[in-house]
Design a protein around this ligand. Sequence first.
Ligand SMILES: [Zn+2]
Length: 263
Amino acid sequence: MFEVYEREHVTCVEIEVPNLPNLFFFVTDGMLVDTGAQKFEAKIISYLKEASFDVVALTHSHEDHSGTAPWIQENLNIPIYLSPLGIDICSQLAPYPKYRREIWGIRKEFAPLPISDRIQSRKRQWKVMHTPGHADDHIALLDDDTGTLFSGDLFVSPKTKVIMKSESIPQIIDSIRTVLTHDFGSMFCCHAGYIQDGKGRMKRKLEYLENLCGEVKHLEQNGLSVEEIDQKIFRKKYPITFVSEGEWDSLHIITSIIGAENR
Ligand SMILES: [Zn+2]
């Protein structure tokens, strides 16, 4: 499935991914936000050839967001912006494990430009918010005038049950709090797509994560080990934990919460 549709002046491109949530990227006011994964390059490139955009913003360097950026750089004379923290990662050929190469394809090396605290599309200016936690180089983009938010992978799902080893729940909580200090309405998430009541949904995710932290800390104070807390709260392991050989695991949620506490 490869669908293109409009929501509130944003073109949403939705790609079905086997056994995983769908993948999205967006175009608005001549700005491409993320580029999809190299695995789906054939369809994405034929779309990009017809699409009207003159600047690219990447919400972070992960391969499902930056997969066709090398093609854009080689074939279209369009600047690609990313957090300065992600530029080094993009200079490497597919710097991620085999199972991710199989799911998302091989992202070639490319050279994005460092984004500052604002980015200009044709008629709009977007606030760039540094929102680490899912990735160190993660940003969110906000247009104050329309209240439109591109949230990258900050939201993804209302109740996070597995994260990557490199992720941090306390940092994600801080980043959500940062975003919530601003007014926004519609939110465009790279795995959940268009969400009309973005701020409401983001608030509920924050509540879930805060409660989760409280529960984890309470169980830790009662003397439970990390593994015991994980089993008590999450009960079962998801297939992605086995497929990824542990890079995705609910256990990382517990260790990131307890680690921050003991720091
Ligand atoms: Zn990501």
